[in-house]
Design a protein around this ligand. Structure first.
Ligand code: NAD
Length: 531
């Protein structure tokens, strides 16, 4: 479908889009894709488009009457066939060489950018993102392909001449692909966190079997469609849909998988991390959850802090792994900070995210809504004060969707579990502290270590924060988002501790290397042949 190329680049730090052309292009895309909703799609197994004996419905969180797409309930056999197809495609893809692979991946990136509006409109229906968030997710996918390709090129395909101990010896280090990688992706960045990890594996020369979240299979399918249209051969990428317990479990247990990249919750990620390496070491990258703190000191610009916290706590309904879900504020400024945060939260428009005026849409499903209402009840029962929110929006337009209101809670002890457990809903707890050290200790006292932010205009405090905080992605005084809004080639994005296994972040310069293994090649008496 032909779409208008955007006139401005949308990233997660884009604050607003007053560009009329962009707004009407999105409106038009929403109308166009409405006609596509409800279709059945196949799994992609080698050159075969495979339907299953059973289908599941991918329903919109905006309105559960809307079926966005239907996909097969994949089985363990489908996974085995996909792995076999990926294995068969591996030699040709590897032997194509990195330069040719990059041409294809860059072409795919351009197709994704060209189709940005169509994909974003579908994403808005599928997972409830507002238009800027959805456009950002699609463009991030394209930029991930570009950025990882650029990295491969800069590193000359990871072939490096080494030293020699005698004139007759010629040695080089070369990074080689492993073979077949599983890519398991979450619902919340349904294109970027399917496409980015898959791109890392593919650019390195591996082939992939992708298993998307059952809440967002269509975006993964669309990513595969862009690869196909760019000319990537079938079998190089395979898509199997269906439940984690069957499809995911086969990927975990099957010994023909050489590596796995997972993005999702701590619970599933840790299970895979241990299960995948039960018999022998195989590379597994797990990017997991977060309980991301921000710290507001007495020297902060409180409006900047409240704006940054509001955007990171409530952007995409708090369903970003980087969402800010707890604040430690110095007691002397706690009340004015809370007042500003409440005022900003009250200004948020909640509603159908395909519409221009909505900034917050629904959470992904009924389970997520129940988590929200449960957290509100728990906070109330334990003496917390609901500063704003706490309800679920119910009107004619939202009654069949899952629309919690942005919620700020104060007054709970900082030892409460709501300061510790990831909820993944628009719910933030604010605790008062007496010092920066107390805030830093509390910030670091969780299993997670994904993102963190501070608002302070004291250089010494900023230095202490940067020296001490245990998180992979940190921000100082960021109005556009206290803890959120990373972009490829700008903020590397990965977790420490229980938030991530690799210490080499996505979106950053060390990512693609993780999909490769090193070989040292010493050739006596002559130069090795070209790699
Ligand atoms: P999830 O863990 O429920 O699911 C992630 C994927 O794992 C899905 O494809 C799911 O079907 C699959 N899965 C479920 N059970 C499985 C099993 N037994 N074996 C194999 N696969 C299985 O996560 P979600 O709800 O889709 O996403 C939200 C979570 O992801 C949050 O915790 C969030 O913080 C995290 N997340 C982390 C990052 C990051 O970069 N660190 C990014 C996005 C999301």
């Amino acid at each position: 479908m032909a779409t208008t190329t955007p006139r401005m680049k949308i990233t997660y730090a884009t604050l607003s889009a007053d560009n009329e052309e962009l707004q009407s292009a999105f409106d038009a895309a929403v109308e166009r894709v409405r006609g596509e909703l409800g279709r059945s799609y196949p799994m992609l197994i080698g050159a075969e488009q495979r339907s299953g004996s059973e289908e599941f419905e991918d329903r919109s969180p905006i309105d559960s009457n809307i079926v966005v797409s239907r996909f097969p309930v994949g089985t363990r056999q489908d996974v085995r066939d996909a792995i076999a197809a990926a294995r068969a495609a591996f030699p040709a893809w590897r032997n194509l060489g990195w330069r040719k692979r990059l041409e294809l991946m860059r072409r795919a990136a351009d197709l994704i950018s060209e189709r940005q509006f169509e994909y974003a409109a579908l994403m808005s229906f599928e997972v409830g993102k507002n238009r800027l968030e959805a456009l950002g997710d699609v463009e991030e996918t394209a930029d991930l392909l570009r950025y990882y390709s650029d990295g491969m090129e800069k590193a000359n395909g990871f072939v490096q001449s080494m030293g020699s101990l005698s004139p007759a010896e010629h040695t080089r280090s070369i990074l080689k692909p492993h073979g077949v990688w599983a890519v398991i992706s979450p619902f919340n960045f349904p294109m970027a966190l399917c496409g980015g990890p898959a791109a890392g594996a593919l650019i390195a020369g591996n082939t992939v079997v992708i298993k998307p979240s059952s809440d967002a299979p269509l975006m993964a399918y669309k990513f595969c469609e862009a690869l196909r249209d760019a000319g990537v051969e079938p079998g190089v990428f395979n898509l199997v849909t269906g439940p984690g317990e069957a499809v995911g479990a086969e990927l975990e247990e099957n010994q023909d998988i050489d590596g796995m990249v997972f993005t999702g919750s701590y619970e599933v990620g840790m299970r895979l991390y241990t299960g995948f390496t039960r018999d022998y070491p195989r590379p597994i990258i797990t990017e997991m959850g977060g309980k991301n703190p921000s710290i507001v000191t007495a020297s902060a610009d409180l409006d900047e802090a409240a704006e940054g916290v509001m955007r990171s706590a409530f952007g995409y309904d708090g369903q970003k792994c980087s969402a800010n879900s707890r604040v430690y504020v110095e007691r002397s400024v706690a009340r004015p900070f809370l007042d500003l945060l409440v005022e900003k939260a009250k200004g948020i428009r909640v509603g159908d995210p395909t519409r221009r005026e909505s900034w917050m849409g629904p959470v992904i499903n009924e389970r997520a809504l129940a988590k929200f209402t449960g957290a509100v009840a728990e906070a109330r029962a334990d003496g917390g004060r609901i500063e704003v929110g706490g309800e679920v929006l119910r009107d004619d337009a939202t009654e069949r969707g899952y629309f919690p209101m942005p919620t700020v809670v104060s007054g709970l002890p900082t030892s409460h579990r709501l300061f510790r457990d990831e909820l993944f809903v628009p719910f933030i707890v604010v605790g008062e502290v007496d010092s920066l050290d107390e805030a830093l200790n509390l910030s670091n006292a969780t299993a997670y270590g994904l993102t963190a932010g501070i608002f302070s205009h004291d250089d010494e405090q900023i230095r202490r924060f940067l020296d001490t905080i245990q998180a992979g992605v940190v921000y100082v005084n960021r109005r556009a988002g206290a803890t959120t809004g990373a972009w490829p080639g700008i903020q590397s994005f990965g977790g420490w501790k229980g938030s991530g296994s690799s210490g080499k972040s996505g979106l950053g310069p060390y990512y693609v290397q993780q999909f490769l293994r090193e070989q040292s090649q010493t050739v006596m008496g002559q130069e090795p042949p070209p790699a």
